[in-house]
Write a protein that binds this ligand. Structure first.
Ligand SMILES: NC(=O)c1ccc[n+]([C@@H]2O[C@H](COP(=O)([O-])OP(=O)(O)OC[C@H]3O[C@@H](n4cnc5c(N)ncnc54)[C@H](OP(=O)(O)O)[C@@H]3O)[C@@H](O)[C@H]2O)c1
Length: 339
């Protein structure tokens, strides 16, 4: 029996905010898996800010999406046919061929996930790439220590929510987060373990950060860039550390955006600013999964997701992510039966 699969293709490179017309869904017959390959029914897929970067035709740490070709990204699914020695029908695997209902790929390009630790979808969020990003960024890059005052931007997102819990585990005395809108900001403190929250849409972030941390901050975990980085530079104490994780405020910019005008603070205050890419730290994955699944079990970490239903709404999910529609990890449920 021929299996049909839909896939989402990029058909135009967006200028500014992507539009639905930049994408097209096509339906094709799924090829038979060859030797060493598996056929996977995708259950969940991830949408990530980095996908916006891959729509630009510029060299980066991952190649750009090719026009007219299906997009790629993290997905978890169930093996429905296997020609790979170590994978069986029914196994749940993590892989890079999201944006489609079914994927045919080499078994060695998948990673079996342990659903006794957490549901498979958690391996796209808290136990997956975003969780590892928060862990590596705070532990290795910023070196959070006992007593630190830590400021996290993009605080209500996939990386941000985990970062607050990691900061606490590393001994942070105060964890401050910024997010867009009063509702999200309120939830940061009520539900997600932050001590103080800033609604960056309510006024200048620099003043709000000074009010939230009158004595200054020791660590800034930067998901946003722009005005947030500028504000953090002005609030960092001597020897402060910045983990440069992302700059989502600039991802849809049509022209180069000006850098912070107060970089001299780094000299005055002996600051360290260090960028990182999580894929360089893939060897820490097992350590993170073990640690985080323990924290999930004892309740000191939670898996928070925003779910959009169906591949036909995957572009809505991406646009929603860029516009702040998510709390925690933004996911698309591709298989209506997936739990
Ligand atoms: N370095 C790495 O290896 C690595 C790995 C993963 C992720 N990242 C980066 O980490 C950051 C967070 O990623 P994520 O996957 O956790 O996404 P996310 O935070 O779950 O989702 C993106 C969030 O960005 C916020 N946002 C959108 N436009 C904004 C703007 N102009 N100013 C401030 N906030 C804005 C929105 O929240 P609000 O409602 O609060 O605006 C939105 O919910 C991104 O910058 C991403 O590129 C880096």
């Amino acid at each position: 029996m021929t299996i049909k699969s839909r896939e989402v293709r990029l058909v135009a490179r967006p200028s500014g905010l992507p539009a639905h017309s930049d994408f097209r869904i096509e339906e094709l017959a799924v090829p038979d898996p060859g030797p060493g390959q598996v056929l996977v029914r995708n259950d969940w897929m991830s949408v990530d800010p980095a996908m916006r970067g891959r729509m630009r035709d510029v060299p980066s740490y991952v190649p750009p999406f090719r026009l007219g070709e299906p997009m790629e990204g993290g997905a978890v699914g169930t093996v429905v046919e296997s020609h790979a020695d170590d994978l069986a029908v029914g196994d749940q695997v993590l892989h890079r061929l999201g944006w489609r209902d079914y994927a045919v790929l080499d078994g060695e390009h998948t990673l079996r996930v342990d659903t006794r630790k957490a549901p498979a979808s958690a391996y796209l969020g808290v136990l997956g790439m975003p969780g590892l990003t928060a862990y590596v960024g705070l532990k290795e890059i910023a070196g959070v220590r006992e007593g630190d005052v830590v400021f996290i931007s993009g605080a209500a997102g996939a990386v941000g929510l985990v970062a607050a819990r990691v900061a606490r585990h590393l001994g942070a005395a105060t964890v401050i987060g910024s997010a867009g809108g009063p509702e999200k900001a309120g939830r940061l403190v009520r539900e997600f373990g932050y001590d103080r929250a800033i609604d960056y849409k309510a006024g200048p972030i620099s003043r709000a950060l000074r009010d939230a941390a009158p004595e200054g901050i020791d660590v800034y975990f930067d998901n946003v860039g722009g005005d947030h980085l500028q504000a953090a530079l002005s609030s960092l104490r001597i020897g402060g550390r910045v983990a440069l994780c992302g700059a989502i405020s600039q991802y849809n910019a049509e022209k180069p955006t000006p850098g912070p005008t107060n970089l001299l603070q780094a000299v005055r205050m002996r600051l360290t600013l260090r960028g990182f890419i999580v894929m360089d730290h893939a060897d820490r994955r097992d350590e993170w999964v073990d640690l985080a699944s323990g924290w999930l079990e004892d309740g000191s970490l939670t898996s928070t997701q925003t779910v959009v239903e169906g591949l036909e709404h995957s572009v809505d999910a991406l646009l929603g992510l860029l516009g702040g529609a998510n709390v925690g990890k933004m996911l698309v449920r591709l298989n209506p039966d997936a739990t």
